[in-house]
Design a protein around this ligand. Structure first.
Ligand SMILES: CC(C)(COP(=O)(O)OP(=O)(O)OC[C@H]1O[C@@H](n2cnc3c(N)ncnc32)[C@H](O)[C@@H]1OP(=O)(O)O)[C@@H](O)C(=O)NCCC(=O)NCCS
Length: 170
């Protein structure tokens, strides 16, 4: 898409992104929650602008080489045009530039669009979190992209997500 631009999230995007959250998620991030990320040193939040309009956004936090995706969302009228892929790829590129060990996220297994998007970019199943989601209740599938060269921990099948929550076999 010629006129697609990825830009850092800014205050001018917050109203649109809070509305997008409400459209997409049962437990949406609020405008205040999004605004707090503007001053976070560990946050990388990108907005896709298409012909000057806010088309979608994606955000992650990177700490000690571990990048955890918070959100990826695209307004319905802009879907299936490569916006979600551009945003996710943008985060992966920025994680790579930070020399991250891995890039990981949770997704509902029933969200076949999102799972297909992430798998098309090289993320692979790394575990499940039991009853992670509410409204409706569902396990989370953990999908992870490791930046390590061959022979790293991921080749031995070790789950290296270390946030204290229970990780079940896929
Ligand atoms: C998931 C989401 C971000 C995808 O955004 P998008 O801009 O439509 O995605 P893209 O156009 O970049 O599509 C990339 C790939 O994702 C997959 N995909 C996207 N939408 C799909 C759909 N409705 N059905 C099946 N596969 C789909 C395809 O593999 C697609 O590649 P292709 O177009 O070459 O077939 C968007 O549907 C969305 O905002 N959903 C609601 C919020 C959400 O569920 N976020 C993810 C939370 S983990």
């Amino acid at each position: 898409m010629e006129d697609l631009r990825l830009v850092p999230m800014a205050a001018r995007h917050l109203d649109d992104l809070a509305a997008l959250e409400r459209i997409c998620f049962a437990e949406p991030w609020t405008r205040a929650g999004l605004a707090a990320e503007l001053s976070s040193k560990t946050a990388v939040f990108l907005v896709a602008e298409l012909s000057g309009e806010t088309a979608g956004y994606a955000g992650m936090h990177c700490v000690c080489g571990e990048c955890y995706v918070d959100n990826v969302a695209v307004f319905p009228r802009f879907r299936r045009q490569g916006v979600g892929r551009a945003l996710t790829r943008g985060l992966i590129e920025r994680a790579g530039k930070q020399n991250a060990e891995f890039f990981t996220l949770e997704v509902r297994p029933s969200n076949t669009a999102a799972v297909a998007l992430y798998e098309s970019l090289g993320l692979r199943p790394a575990g499940r979190r039991k009853n992670f989601y509410r409204n409706p209740q569902e396990d989370a599938l953990i999908l992870t992209l490791f930046f390590h060269p061959p022979g790293g921990k991921e080749e031995k099948g070790e789950a290296t997500v270390r946030d204290g929550s229970e990780i079940l076999p896929v």
